[in-house]
Write a protein that binds this ligand. Structure first.
Ligand code: TYD
Ligand code: MG
Length: 467
């Protein structure tokens, strides 16, 4: 008989170790190895190949053929449908991750209610809250009278038996994947083995019946979905629900989508009556612009197919420390170091004696390298004390050689800026033909030094004006 051996599974990346260690070799995380039994463990396969069942032939089919229902279920919540790429896909599994308390349950309750009132059968299974709590939330959201079917349950077999009853549901929401457990695995709920086994069972259900399922997953403080790291590979789509503490808006970001585009965002605002859609996010992130304050530059960014304008704020101050501070909120710290180095090496701007603080307004997070130019402009503006023109937007990537490199969607970015009342732009010289508007009078430097000279030059023209 095969001896049931102990093994240790990393709760972060799911790799299996024979011995316990403080650090996982595979992902480098500390203190993530947890002992889980192997007997009957999911993924290990039958221990004894002699007892293995003989395979059953399945019917092979063609690519073309009838699909019974519309392949997508549209919720009517525009920002959610945008993030999912046009609605929930039948027969697919979607993972919605986010920090505890960010509003995942609120979002999905609203989605469930919207879908149920459109005549779909929606089942909401909560493993975290009691039925009374969910009812309270529904009352607060004003959707208590929608025909959403509700259960507080954590066992996968029981859930599957429950939803097998009656008409097949169009959408099953499982809140959250960390609380689910199946009889097939013998680890504690929340461990990688359980999470993976439970997710597998639910995904198998989705694929075989054509129901859409949504798995809710909590993200750890480090920004990773605890356990469900392994689930990300199994599901068809991953959405992250994120927001900064102290700010009311929330962003639903598409990280993976087998049926649509990634990099899409849906923007919401948390109110006392649930999440409200924000269809023009630029207004949210622009902050209060004062023409005379140095260190602020407006970046014309893109999120998937949608342009978003955000204000980038820099503060460059004399440092009293041996090693000056560099602090970034909302952008990549390594990228800031790079822009500072290019400014020093190619433009003769010195930051060695200065602390540098960079902030993206509204708590927004930028991942695009196209923000380089706006960051550089904000830094130079703060260092020199010269305010940038308030009606100007900036975008462009900076290379290590100090050149300004073109970025995609220049036309779309300019159009959004124009729509919001901006009158000028600084952007790279690109291959895209810029038609009229603010594109025509735009400043297009090929070198970062040109932009620095222009900002520094504004001092001279201002002195001239005053004389
Ligand atoms: P919740 O959806 O429970 O978060 P999650 O499921 O991601 O853990 O949201 C909890 C927070 O949202 C809580 O702090 C209260 C707030 N909230 C509102 O501000 N307005 C509302 O209408 C609701 C339902 C919640
Ligand atoms: Mg919740």
């Amino acid at each position: 008989m095969a001896k049931s051996r102990v093994q240790f599974i990393c709760q972060n990346c799911g790799s299996v170790h024979q011995r316990w260690a403080g650090k996982c070799d595979a992902c480098g995380e500390w203190n993530t190895l947890v002992e889980e039994g192997t007997s009957g463990g999911i993924g290990s396969g039958p221990a004894n190949t002699r007892n293995a069942r003989k395979g059953r032939a399945v019917v092979l089919t063609t690519l073309s053929g009838d699909i019974e229902d519309a392949p997508r279920i549209i919720s009517g919540i525009g920002e959610l449908d945008r993030a999912t790429g046009g609605g929930f896909v039948r027969g697919s599994a979607l993972l919605v991750g986010g920090d505890p308390g960010i509003g995942k349950s609120t979002l999905l309750t609203q989605a469930a209610a919207a879908l149920a009132s459109r005549g779909h059968r929606i089942v909401y299974v909560s493993g975290e809250e009691a039925v009374a709590q969910i009812r309270l939330r529904a009352q607060r959201l004003g959707v208590a009278d929608t025909p959403v079917e509700l259960a507080a349950e954590t066992n996968v077999e029981d859930i599957l038996a429950t939803i097998a009853d009656g008409k097949r549901p169009d959408l099953v929401i499982l809140d959250s994947i960390q609380t689910l457990w199946t009889d097939l695995a013998d680890s504690a709920p929340g461990t990688v083995t359980q999470v993976r086994a439970a997710a597998q069972a639910m995904i198998r259900y989705a694929k075989s019946t054509g129901a859409a399922i949504v798995l809710v997953g909590h993200v750890t403080k480090e920004g990773q979905i605890a356990g469900p790291r392994v689930v990300e590979h199994m599901v068809d789509g991953v959405l992250y629900f994120e927001g900064e503490g102290g700010h009311h808006y929330r962003i639903l970001r598409t990280v993976k989508n087998r049926f649509g585009p990634t990099d899409e965002i849906g923007v919401f605002e948390m109110s006392d009556k649930g999440l409200r859609e924000v269809s023009n996010p630029s207004e949210l992130f622009l902050g209060e612009r004062h023409a005379k304050s140095p260190g602020a530059a407006v970046f014309a960014g893109m999120e998937g197919t949608r342009p978003v304008l955000v204000e980038i704020q820099a503060l460059v101050a004399q440092s009293s420390l041996g090693t000056p501070r560099r602090a970034v909120v909302g952008w990549d710290g390594a990228r800031l170091s790079m822009v500072l180095a290019v400014l020093e090496a190619h433009c003769g701007v010195r930051f060695g004696q200065h602390d540098v603080y960079l902030n993206v307004a509204g708590g927004y997070r930028i991942s695009e390298p196209a923000a380089d130019l706006a960051v550089a402009a904000a830094l130079v503006s703060s260092l020199t004390g010269l305010a940038l023109p308030a009606d100007c937007v900036y975008f462009g990537e900076i290379s290590l050689s100090g050149a300004v490199r073109p970025v995609a969607h220049a036309q779309q970015r300019l159009k959004e800026a124009e729509k919001l009342g901006f009158g000028s732009a600084v952007l790279p010289l690109g291959s895209e033909e810029l038609a009229g508007g603010i594109g025509a009078g735009a400043f297009q430097p090929t070198e970062l030094a040109d932009l620095v000279a222009r900002i520094a030059g504004s001092r001279r023209s201002r002195v001239d004006d005053e004389e």
